[in-house]
Each structure stands twice: as C-alpha cells, then as structure tokens.
Design a protein around this ligand. Structure first.
Ligand code: G
Ligand code: G
Ligand code: MN
Ligand code: NA
Length: 254
C-alpha cells in the first residue's frame, strides 16, 4: 500500500525513467542494439528495484499505460540517436502480461512504428514464456499479427519457466534470451552449462537467435562464444545506463 501511493506520486512527479543496456555480437563485438529498462528513483525510497515496483504497477492496472509510455519514449530515443548520426540500433522492449493482452496492442504498435519512423524489424518485443502459455489461442493470433507488422518477438528469461517446446515452432519467435540465472552458473555449474548448451543447440536447429543475458565475466563470454551463442548482454559490456550516459557509451564505441 505504501508502495502504491508512492507510485501514484511517482507518475505525477515523473520519477520513472528508462535506462538502456547494449547488446553486442559475441564473435565480432559489433554493437547490435539496446534494451530499454524501466527505472524508478524516489526521493524517500531511493532506487526501487523493478522486480518490486513493476508487479505493483501491473496489479494497479497501470502497466498497459506505462508500457505504452516506455515504448514511445524508447522509440523516440533510438530515433533521436539515429538522427544524431549514430548507427541504427535494434530496440528491445519488455512487454507486461496485461499490456500483451490489451485488445489494441497490434494497432498500437503499428501506429507507434508509423509515428516514430522506426523500421519494424528494428523493434523487438520481449515476452515471457508464461505470457505465451497463458492464453495460447489469442496469444497466437496476437503474435502472428505482430509478426505480420514486421516486428521481432523474443522470449525473455528463457530456461526459467515451464518451457513448452512446441510453442517455439508454433509461434513466430525470433529470439530466445537465456536467463541470467543460467548464465551465472555457466562456468562453474555443470547443469547450468549443459542447459545453456542445449538451449543454444535447440535454437540453432529451429533457426532462432540467442542472446545471453547477465554476462559478467570474460570466462562466461568465452564459454558462450564457444557454444555458439550469437549475442550477449551484461555488466561485462555495460550496465543499463540512463539515456545521456548510454549515448556517450555508444559514441565512444562507434
Ligand atoms: O533491469 P532489471 O534487471 O532490474 O529488471 C528487472 C525486471 O523488470 C526484468 O525482468 C525486466 O524484464 C523487467 N522490466 C524492466 N523494464 C520493464 C518494462 O519497461 N516493462 C516491463 N513489463 N518489464 C520491465
Ligand atoms: O528479465 P530481463 O532480462 O528483462 O532483465 C534484465 C535485468 O538484468 C535488468 O534489470 C538489468 O539491470 C539486469 N542485468 C543486466 N545485466 C546484468 C548482469 O550482467 N548481471 C546482473 N546480475 N544483472 C544484470
Ligand atoms: Mn528483458
Ligand atoms: Na523480463
């Protein structure tokens, strides 16, 4: 309840903002894109972790609206970087369950692409396995319609849920993001290493891209590269950064 009233104030006081975390090609090191991540800094509470406040926003029924703000803000930011002469970036945005279930998500994304001038294939929508499994028929229709717009669909936190492999073939999935809990153990825990290896092999055979999330060490990076993981994201490269800092990072890199 305390969090709820603070969050209402947060919206009015514009305390929510986005950070951006780069993703690179594991082999070449080439920059591929950024993931937009929602942040909240409150004068009294300090930095509140997204794992704490996003579920509350979702329960309050505010995530569709905030999710739309996230999409619009991130698309405008990436567009601005492009207009400022930086190389075009792919933009990944996390969708919430309610946002995905909104009846008008497809029209909304279509309109967003037209209004911001972002090329559809440069936008990647991240969902969780749970979101896809929940209402398979309507989810399938929504995913197909989103894919028809040309945007990419990725499965976030892959390897942590109750994975049902058939949906990887049934739905238009472009990318799997291997959860950081698995990446963490990759050089020290045989089970984690084998699960990650199996995910990469599965994705290859289905022609789905793989991004490893939460890569923190050179050793993890080397293991992932050796296993054939195409893309990596994590503190080893950069933590999620506020827009201005991220722009400096991007400039230094290009
Ligand atoms: O950035 P961090 O790892 O702390 O994020 C924690 C969780 O919050 C992740 O699972 C991430 O997907 C989620 N998250 C971050 N930003 C957004 C957002 O804009 N919308 C939704 N729905 N989830 C987000
Ligand atoms: O669930 P999702 O993949 O959207 O969450 C990404 C979250 O992981 C972000 O909140 C981000 O802050 C966090 N994150 C990004 N890179 C790393 C990393 O290298 N290590 C750890 N522990 N967390 C990371
Ligand atoms: Mn994500
Ligand atoms: Na997520």
């Amino acid at each position: 309840v305390a969090l709820e009233s603070s969050l209402r104030a947060a919206l009015e006081n514009k305390e929510l903002f986005l950070c951006y975390q780069p993703t690179i090609n594991a082999d070449s090191g080439r920059l591929i894109g950024v993931e937009a991540l929602l942040r909240w800094t409150n004068p009294g509470l300090g930095k509140v972790p997204p794992e704490q406040f996003i579920p509350v926003l979702e329960e309050m029924g505010l995530m569709p609206e905030i999710g739309e703000w996230v999409l619009l803000t991130a698309c405008r930011q990436v567009r601005a970087w492009q207009q400022a002469g930086l190389a075009p970036l792919r933009l990944a945005v996390n969708l919430s369950a309610r946002q995905f279930k909104q009846g008008d998500i497809v029209e909304h994304i279509g309109k967003l692409l037209r209004e911001t001038g972002i090329a559809p294939r440069m936008l990647e929508l991240e969902m969780t396995e749970g979101m896809l499994m929940e209402h398979t028929e309507s989810s399938g229709a929504t995913l197909n319609a989103l894919a028809a717009l040309g945007v990419r669909i990725s499965i976030d936190n892959f390897g942590t849920g109750y994975s049902s492999l058939p949906y990887l073939k049934r739905f238009p999935i472009d990318t799997l993001k291997i959860d950081r809990s698995l990446v963490r153990g990759i050089s020290t825990n045989n089970n984690d290493a084998e699960i990650v290896h199996a995910i990469i092999a599965l994705a290859r055979s289905l022609k789905i891209r793989v991004i490893a999330v939460g890569v923190e060490t050179e050793e993890q990076k080397a293991t992932l590269k050796r296993q054939g993981c195409g893309q990596i994201q994590g503190y080893l490269l950069s933590p999620p950064l506020p827009a201005e800092e991220c722009e400096r990072w991007l400039r230094a890199r290009s």
